[in-house]
Design a protein around this ligand. Structure first.
Ligand code: GCU
Length: 432
């Protein structure tokens, strides 16, 4: 190739690299240096807004818990609409002898017939064939469609928007057959069934597609006037995580009505952004009897004030639709937040909560996840529970299962068989 104008080419290269550098530098920096974690003081959990010490479970439940829940609604996740539209359930799949006869597999479509263009949430339900129901179970959302969670060819492929991929499993934001089974490592269905648990999962995008469209699609569109004033969207209106959590509650409504599931023994579970979601679902809906956060990080189990790995500014820039608009006021200003994430974990009490981290998942700040759980211990003690309360983090792959649970496993950001083994053991401890 003959370079006619080398000067021009290097200028173009410089502009291109500047554009790259600029877009990178547009994103708020992430800190991975423990010595640069700012000094911080966590907001007090066990003192009411009026200054009264919270020294009883009664005062916690009557006064302090509602105060904290409201702070999270108004400053972090946004408020969910109070009104629950009538739901219709239609079974679209029923296989009595799935997994070589060990399980029953069903898929049920939830929609809201009184709502124009109601979203359709397809819930995949697995229940054991052995033993006597109703069964305790797990409920959690998946990232890319029910068909990605298991190889069974009868599981429906979503027809709406899914995140694009470069491996052929998604083409033009549409899921394809090639994606079947692609997340099965995250959903050890056989093991869950063989341990006597049921499982319900649905695609998060059925509830709200995971991109910022100004809240025009998904469940947000069901309540167009909710928290929208003359001056636009209310800063406390719900974001996508609150939408997904609302969807989990609608799945809980379904399980409540289903005789194969024991609605008193349902663990809500989620990984990463969906771990943030399982925590918010556990906080807003106390019907979930156990709450599991897997590698949920910033806006999930990790303390925001540590500003380690992903920060509030960073998450609000990359994912402006996840939280309520007011949360953006805390970009680079975490110390002004009236809450921190230990208070979110406290909202689960006295129900068991499990926080899991991964050693290489520094983006999610494992230490911040542990410290949040540690700092929720006092609330569990009000209920005479025995929470994780050591000051130092457990060693790698040394799970601690008390009335709260924690582990940090070796490896990367993910949810795998090791994690599920812990959750099943923890569920045995509390549900059996
Ligand atoms: C990104 C995001 C995290 C989130 C994760 C996930 O890494 O920054 O906050 O938890 O995606 O959901 O996989």
């Amino acid at each position: 190739m003959i370079i006619q104008n080398p000067g021009r080419i290097s200028l173009i290269a410089a502009v291109i690299s500047l554009a790259f550098v600029m877009s990178e530098s547009d994103l708020p920096a992430a800190n991975y240096d423990e010595s640069k974690v700012p000094d911080y003081v966590l907001p007090e959990v066990l003192v009411t807004a009026a200054g009264a010490p919270v020294d009883s479970a009664g005062l916690w439940e009557k006064t302090r818990r509602p105060e904290i829940l409201k702070l999270f609604e108004n400053h972090v996740y946004g408020t969910q609409p109070g009104e629950i539209p009538v739901a219709a359930y239609e079974q679209i799949l029923h296989v009595a002898d799935a997994l070589d006869g060990r399980a029953t597999l069903r898929e049920i479509r939830i929609n809201f017939p009184e709502i124009n263009n109601s979203p359709e949430i397809f819930v995949l339900l697995w229940t054991p064939n052995k033993g006597q129901g109703p069964f305790p179970g797990f409920a959690g959302l998946n990232f890319n469609g029910n068909h990605t969670t298991h190889a069974d060819p009868r599981i429906r492929i979503p027809t709406g928007w899914v995140r694009s991929s470069n491996d052929g499993t998604v083409v033009n934001n549409r899921a394809t057959e090639a994606g079947r089974d692609s997340s099965a490592g995250r959903w050890p269905v056989e093991k869950i069934i063989d341990r006597g648990y049921a499982l319900a999962t649905a695609y998060c995008g059925d509830i709200d597609p995971d991109f910022h469209d100004g809240f025009k699609n998904g469940v947000h569109a069901m309540f167009p006037s909710f928290k929208t004033g003359a001056s636009g969207r209310d800063p406390e209106a719900w974001g996508t995580i609150a939408g997904w959590a609302w969807g989990l509650s609608r799945i809980m409504d379904l399980l409540d009505a289903d005789s194969a599931f024991d609605s008193e023994r349902i663990a809500v579970i989620g990984h990463s952004r969906l771990g943030k979601t399982s925590l918010w679902a556990g906080a807003t809906d106390t019907r979930f009897g156990l709450v599991i956060s897997n590698n949920s990080g910033c806006g999930g189990a990790a303390l925001s004030r540590r500003a380690f790995g992903e920060t509030v500014a960073r998450i609000n820039t990359s994912f402006p639709h996840w939280f309520c608009d007011r949360f953006k006021e805390y970009n680079d200003n975490e110390s002004a937040l009236p809450v921190d994430q230990h208070m979110l974990l406290a909202l689960m009490a006295p129900r068991p909560v499990y926080v899991a981290s991964a050693e290489d998942d520094r983006w999610a700040d494992p230490k911040g996840e542990f410290l949040a759980l540690r700092n929720a211990a006092g609330i569990y003690r009000l209920f005479e529970k025995d929470p994780v309360d050591s000051d130092s983090m457990p060693e790698i792959n040394q799970p601690v299962h008390k009335d709260t649970g924690y582990h940090i496993r070796s490896g990367k950001h993910d949810i795998n068989d090791y994690d599920w083994t812990q959750y099943l053991d923890f569920a045995d401890k509390h549900f059996r």
